[in-house]
Design a binder for this molecule. Structure first.
Ligand SMILES: Cc1ncc(COP(=O)(O)O)c(C=O)c1O
Length: 415
C-alpha cells in the first residue's frame, strides 16, 4: 500500500512524539545500562511518580461496585463531575461557572487541545493559505504537532529573558506580518502559564493585555493551565485567566487532574469558559468519544472538593521544592551558574543550558543517556527558541535525583 496516498500530507510529516521516542530509546538501552550500573533514571516525562492520594484510591474502589458505574458516560461529563469542577473553580479562583454550559469534561487536557485545534482550523496544504495558531516557544511539544496535523500553521510566540517571557502581542503580530504572514489568518493564541518547560509565570497585567488584545482582534484565547496547582509560594499562587475582566468573551481554559493528584494514567481534565465556543466544541466532541469512566469521574469529583485533595497538593509542592533544591545544589557543584532569582517558583521543571563543550542539545542528551543512563529532554523539542537547552523534570525520588548528580560527577559531565 502506498502510504503517501493513504495518509494525509500533514500526517505524513509527523514524527513519533519526543517523549515516546525517549521511552523507546531508553528501553532499548536498558539492559546494557543496567549491566554497567547505570540503570535508567527518567527526568524526562512531566509525570509525577508519587502515589496518588490514598483517599482517591479508596473512593475509586468503593465506586467500582456501584450499579451502572461501568456503562458509557456522557462526553460532556457526569453532572457530579461538572458540579465539582464548578465548586473547585469558585473556591480556588473565585470564578463562577455554569456547570451546564461553561464546563466540559476532557480525557486529559491533551484530548481537549488536540480536538479544539482541529475543530477550529480549516485545513490547507498551501503554506500561504494556512490558518494560524500562535503557540509559546519554548512550549509544550504537542502544540506545534497538533496544529500541523490539523492543516494549520503554528507561529511561535518567542518567550525570552529579554521580554521577561511575556511578549506584548502587538510585537508578536508585527513580527508575524514582517515574516510575510497575514494577521487575518490568526484564529487563536495559546498561552501556558506556568510554562512548560521554562517554569515561569505571568503577571495579571500581562494576561489582561493579552485578553484585551484578543477581544480587540476577535481571536480565541486558549489558556493551558496544566500547572496551576504546582507552585512553591502562596503569594505567587497561579491564577485563572477567567478571573480577569472580559476574559469569558474570548477565552477557554484547560485544566488537568494528571499533575496535581499524580494520576497521569487516569486521563481526566476539563475545559471551561466561553459558552458559545464550548457549545460548538461539545457538539463536535460528542461524535467522537463517550467521556470518562464514571468511577474515575466520581472519585475525582470527591478529591477536587475535599480538604484531603488540597493537603495532598500542598505536600506534593513541598516535596517538589525540596527536589528542586537537591538538584540545583548538585548542578551548581557541576558548574552550572544558576542564580536564585532565576529559580522557577512553579512547575516541577528546570530549564538549563547544555554544557559549553556541546553545540547540540540532542547530542548532549544522547550522551547523558548512553553514558550515565539519565533521561532528559533536548530543548529543541520545545521549539526554535529551545536550542542549546535541556529540560529536567524532577518527579523521581530524592535519592534518585541525588544519584543523577553523583553519576554526572563520576562520568565527567560538567557545565
Ligand atoms: C503544558 C501541558 N499541557 C497539557 C499537558 C497534557 O496533560 P494531560 O493530557 O495529562 O492532561 C501537558 C502534559 O505534560 C503539559 O505539559
Amino acid at each position: 500500500m502506498i502510504m503517501e496516498k493513504l495518509f494525509n500530507e500533514e500526517v505524513m510529516t509527523l514524527d513519533t512524539y519526543i517523549m515516546v521516542k525517549l521511552k523507546e530509546k531508553t528501553a532499548q538501552l536498558s539492559e546494557t545500562l543496567t549491566k554497567k550500573n547505570r540503570s535508567p533514571i527518567s527526568l524526562s516525562m512531566g509525570a509525577p511518580t508519587a502515589n496518588p492520594p490514598e483517599v482517591l484510591i479508596d473512593k475509586l474502589k468503593e465506586y467500582l461496585t456501584e450499579d451502572n458505574i461501568h456503562q458509557y458516560s456522557v462526553t460532556r461529563g457526569e453532572p457530579y463531575y461538572r458540579q465539582a469542577v464548578a465548586q473547585r473553580m469558585e473556591e480556588r479562583f473565585g470564578v463562577k461557572l455554569d456547570p451546564n454550559s461553561e464546563i466540559y469534561s476532557l480525557l486529559g487536557s491533551k484530548d481537549g487541545l488536540a480536538n479544539l485545534i482541529r475543530f477550529i482550523i480549516n485545513p490547507h496544504h498551501n503554506e500561504t493559505e494556512k490558518e494560524i495558531i500562535l503557540i509559546p516557544d519554548p512550549g509544550y511539544a504537542s502544540y506545534s504537532q497538533m496544529v500541523k496535523c490539523s492543516g494549520g500553521l503554528a507561529y511561535p510566540i518567542a518567550l525570552t529573558k529579554e521580554n521577561n517571557y511575556q511578549p506584548a502581542m502587538e510585537n508578536v503580530f508585527e513580527k508575524l506580518k514582517s515574516d510575510g504572514y497575514d494577521e487575518n489568518k490568526v484564529k487563536a493564541i495559546i498561552i501556558n502559564y506556568p510554562n512548560n518547560p521554562l517554569g515561569v509565570s505571568a503577571s495579571r497585567e500581562y494576561i489582561q493585555s493579552v485578553v484585551d488584545f484578543c477581544r480587540k482582534k476577535d481571536i480565541l484565547l486558549i489558556s493551558d493551565a496544566a500547572y496551576c496547582d504546582i507552585y512553591f509560594n502562596e503569594e505567587e499562587k497561579p491564577f485563572s485567566v477567567l478571573e480577569l475582566p472580559g476574559a469569558k468573551e474570548v477565552t477557554v481554559e484547560l485544566f488537568t487532574l494528571s499533575k496535581p493528584y499524580a494520576i497521569t494514567g487516569w486521563r481526566l481534565g476539563w475545559i471551561c469558559g466561553n459558552k458559545d465556543v464550548l457549545s460548538r466544541f461539545g457538539k463536535a466532541k460528542s461524535t467522537i468519544d463517550n467521556g470518562i469512566f464514571r468511577a474515575l469521574q466520581k472519585a475525582c469529583a470527591y478529591i477536587m472538593t475535599s480538604p484531603e485533595g488540597d493537603d495532598y497538593i500542598r505536600l506534593a509542592n513541598l516535596s517538589y521544592k525540596k527536589k528542586q533544591s537537591i538538584f540545583v545544589k548538585g548542578m551548581r557543584e557541576l558548574g552550572w551558574e544558576i542564580e536564585d532569582k532565576d529559580l522557577p517558583h512553579t512547575t516541577f521543571y528546570m530549564w538549563l543550558p547544555i554544557p559549553r563543550k556541546y553545540d547540540s542539545s540532542f547530542k548532549f542528551c544522547e550522551d547523558l543517556l548512553e553514558k550515565s543512563g539519565i533521561v532528559v529532554v533536548p530543548g529543541d523539542a520545545f521549539g526554535e527558541y529551545g536550542k542549546g537547552y535541556f529540560r529536567v523534570s524532577f518527579v523521581c525520588s530524592d535519592e534518585k535525583l541525588q544519584e543523577v548528580i553523583d553519576r554526572m560527577k563520576a562520568d565527567g559531565f560538567k557545565y
